[in-house]
Design a protein around this ligand. Structure first.
Ligand code: Z2T
Length: 833
């Protein structure tokens, strides 16, 4: 639709659109219609799967209306848009979220009941959209929810992986990976076979002389892969704004070349070529906080970035504005360094295709991009061999070298004769082989760089990006502490608690202004309110206990303290510290008399999380947790006093069940390693307390909720370096309680000791990099405090209520508003009902 057509005309077309349902009866009619026509099935044998499909299709129709209206409005008003580029969007399920956001879940509940279904069972039919690894991908999903709910004109751009994060099975205590083929039936995506972009790889660069006598680069040859757009509607909560998530899928370009082969009877190789092209978007790399430098990964990055930029530039050009307005119309946020090639690609478009001067183009580029860093772990910082970039993207490598040249020239002026400074900040690492440092490129090509929690943002300024603070001054670097969407993580995951909160906060307003939770604070002292609160927590625990029984066969007591650690398995997150602590607790209980034991508090230790398939040590940790569980869970002397559960295939939809059922959750990373963490926020928001280190967002959570409402332990980030040094160069003695734990493992209590020897050796003999022994005593002491505190239920529940009341800061709405003000300079655009 051309932007020149006046809005009244558009509104008239809009009014003529088909009406979708607004109540229970209307919903039922739509479900029946979809079952009998769209699905071509009959209501006589409509099972839960068909009911899920039809319900989704009915809600999808609802979303489409608002989606069209939003896109039309945004095009017509032509205000600045935000583009969030992320290789991962960990969306989870869409149906429940759509029902709540459009405010028709009750209608659907009633309608489904009339048709003989329970809404929970129908919701449970949906396969998670698991296009992400962990925190980074889930953050992108929370951001999309907030952007739409706050009416920001925003698009997400990502890859449509055929296989998302693998499904985890636990077999004999070991992780087994099963492919996650999730696209079988996906009503939430719309293929746009008319929106395609040809993406070039390989080839060579030649120079030509233009009419004006200047030389220009031409990138030619190589191969073309086609990007096809798939759009996913992103409904805001309680607003018609419905934004777009565009995911690119790869296929062979299908040019004449293919036909030639086909006609020559070379059918096989033409199919093989098709498959090679489709490989690009076939699978999500399953590493969290690790980069392995695979060629296909770089291909994925360029494919996605080039298609997205082509799309963004195409949309900008429709407005017929001059290039000088580009950065006033377009803000692009780089979710970590994965999309950093977008910087180079935009410079290439402006220079080689649009014919702008280098400086003019570069000014536009740097005003357009913002870069978010999510980790300081060196093994996660992206570097690509210069030779690989040269081979895959020859023109881009030239541009990278030019960017670096001009950058180093300005550095040299400011720091004359400081060769070391130049070496340190260079985009090219002069190693063997030479490498392109993507974080340096991202910093140089962006106007703002942000970390994701205060400690993390301080750390990047004083460690990995220290030199860049000297070069650019401190204002280029900023902090935006992460947040989570209270719609999914409170209202959807914990409907009863959400309702109880609404009854004390003057309605559902807190869901869009989470600071209103502070109205709860006064009720922490109200005994009747505390009882209701505790009753809801108990019911959530009963639900989790049933799930545990179903999937593991182990009976757990819902009255026990549920102690939960669910997140990707990683040495820096220290699940090993947790399981060593569990073993210590077991030994302590075993050493007690029967009378003494009777006085102890029952506990259930719940673990969940995936190990990257190539991360051997993480897999050892999973094996130890399962081995410990299988011994303790059948020890009749111990009974209910201690159970150890490993829940397989932890994902977003399971998190929605687990978070509301936790009494205590563990966020125990070595200080200075977890950039933010976001599940810490989810657990507190659901009325659980935290045991944690002074790391990531734990520090700000403590500041908000108060020191007396969190169980902090362990060494501080500032002391980590010295401790590590002491381990390696001094004498390193292991905590005596931890030694007892090691002794028990080595005696064969949990199976073949050799299976776990590497985990023990990492602490004893390999420098204990993650400070497990240094923090063990303080960790165990703090768990004793937890037990003591939990005995006084009145006080415990008060702490939980007070904490929730003070969690307003951690909404992703606050976070998105900070990005909008401080980095993107965009305003909301309200779509009329
Ligand atoms: C990831 O999930 C995170 C950082 C990464 O750095 C990569 C992945 Cl896949 C490259 C996480 C952080 O570990 C976590 O602390 C943070 O809360 C989350 O990103 C969102 O910022």
């Amino acid at each position: 639709v051309e932007a020149s057509i006046p809005e009244p005309q558009r509104a008239a077309w809009s009014r003529n659109q088909i009406q979708s349902f607004t109540d229970k009866d209307g919903f039922e009619k739509e479900v029946v219609r979809h079952v009998e026509t769209t699905l071509a099935r009959s209501m006589f044998n409509c099972d839960e799967s068909a009911a899920y499909s039809a319900t989704s299709l009915a809600f999808r129709d609802r979303l489409i209306k608002d989606w069209n209206k939003t896109q039309q409005r945004q095009t017509y008003r032509d205000t600045k848009r935000v583009y969030y580029l992320s290789l991962e969007f960990l969306m989870g399920r869409a149906l429940d979220n759509a029902m709540l956001n459009v405010g028709l879940k009750d209608a659907a509940k009633g309608g489904l009941a009339d048709l003989g279904f329970r809404i929970e069972d129908i919701i449970g039919q949906e396969h998670d959209a698991a296009l992400g690894n962990g925190g980074l991908g889930r953050l992108a999903a929370c951001f999309l929810d907030s952007l739409a709910s706050l009416n920001y004109p925003a698009w997400g751009y990502g890859l449509r992986y055929r296989y998302g994060i693998f499904k985890q099975e636990i077999i004999d205590g070991y992780q087994v990976e099963v492919p996650d083929y999730w696209l079988d039936f996906n009503p939430w995506e719309f293929p746009r076979h008319d929106v395609t972009v040809d993406i070039q790889f390989f080839g060579h660069v030649s120079k030509t002389t233009k009419d004006d006598g200047k030389t220009a680069a031409i990138w030619e040859g190589g191969e073309i892969v086609q990007a096809v757009a798939y759009d996913v509607p992103i409904p805001g909560y309680d607003t018609p704004t419905t934004n777009n998530l565009r995911l690119w899928s790869s296929k062979a370009s299908g040019g004449e070349f293919d036909f030639q082969k086909f006609n020559n009877g070379d059918y096989e190789s033409s199919v093989a070529e098709q498959q090679r092209a489709e490989t690009i978007s076939a699978v999500l790399y399953p590493n969290d906080n690790l980069e392995r430098g695979k060629e296909l990964r770089l291909k994925q990055q360029y494919f996605w970035v080039a298609a997205s930029l082509y799309d963004i530039v195409r949309r900008f050009k429709k407005s017929k504005r001059g290039w000088n307005e580009f950065a006033d119309q377009v803000a692009i946020q780089l979710n970590d360094t994965h999309p950093t090639l977008a910087i180079v690609e935009l410079q290439r478009i402006l220079l080689d295709i649009e014919g702008l001067e280098w400086d003019v183009a570069w000014d536009i580029v740097t005003k357009t991009f913002g870069y978010t860093n999510h980790t300081v772990l060196p093994e996660a910082l992206e570097k690509w061999p210069v030779g690989l970039v040269q081979y895959l993207l020859p023109r881009h490598l030239q541009i990278i070298y030019d960017i670096n040249l001009y950058f180093l020239q300005t550095v040299e002026k400011a720091f004359p004769k400081d060769r070391d400074m130049l070496t340190r900040v260079s985009i090219i690492e002069e190693s063997q082989p030479k490498m392109v440092r993507m974080a340096h490129l991202a910093i140089v090509g962006s106007h703002k760089v942000n970390g994701v929690a205060e400690l993390h943002s301080d750390l990047i300024k004083t460690t990995i990006f220290k030199d860049f603070v000297e070069v650019y001054g401190p204002d280029k670097f900023t902090n935006v502490t992460n947040g989570i969407t209270p719609r999914r993580w409170l209202h959807q995951a914990n409907p009863r608690l959400s309702e109880l909160i609404a009854s004390k906060c003057g309605g559902n307003g807190f869901l869009k202004d989470l600071t209103q939770l502070n109205r709860l604070e006064a009720h922490a002292k109200d005994a009747a309110f505390r009882r209701e609160w505790a009753e809801i927590k108990y019911a959530n625990k009963v639900r989790l206990a049933k799930h545990i029984k179903n999937v593991t066969g182990v009976t757990v007591n819902p009255a026990a303290l549920f102690d939960v650690q669910v997140k990707r398995i990683h040495e820096y997150k220290r699940q090993q510290l947790n399981i060593f602590g569990v073993i210590h607790r077991y030994l302590t209980l075993k050493g007690m008399s029967v009378e003494e034991r009777k006085k102890q508090l029952p506990r259930v230790s719940v673990f969940g999380g995936k190990a990257a398939p190539g991360y051997w040590m993480a897999k050892q940790i999973i094996h130890l947790i399962n081995a410990v569980g299988s011994v303790i869970n059948k020890d009749e002397e111990i009974g209910d006093l201690l159970k150890v559960i490993f829940l397989e295939d932890y994902n977003v939809s399971k998190a929605e069940m687990i978070c509301p059922a936790s009494d205590l959750s563990e966020h125990i990373s070595t200080a200075g390693t977890e950039a933010s963490g976001t599940s810490n926020m989810k657990f507190v928001l659901n009325g659980g307390l935290i045991i944690g280190t002074c790391d990531g967002a734990n520090i700000e959570i403590t500041r908000e909720i108060g020191e007396s409402n969190i169980f902090l332990f362990g060494n501080l980030a500032e002391d980590v370096e010295d401790l590590r040094h002491a381990h390696n160069y001094g004498s390193h003695s292991i905590d005596s309680d931890l030694e007892k734990v090691f002794g028990t493992i080595e005696s064969g209590t949990f199976g073949t000791p050799h299976d776990f020897s590497a985990m023990i050796a990492a602490v004893r003999h390999h420098g204990d990099y993650y400070l497990v022994s240094d923090d063990f005593h303080s960790y165990m002491e703090t768990h004793r405090l937890v037990d003591e505190s939990y005995r006084n239920q009145d006080e415990w529940v008060s702490k939980c209520i007070t904490s929730v009341a003070r969690m307003g800061f951690f909404s992703s709405d606050r976070c998105i508003n900070e990005y909008a003000d401080g980095i993107w300079n965009v305003e909301p655009l309200v779509v009329q009902e």
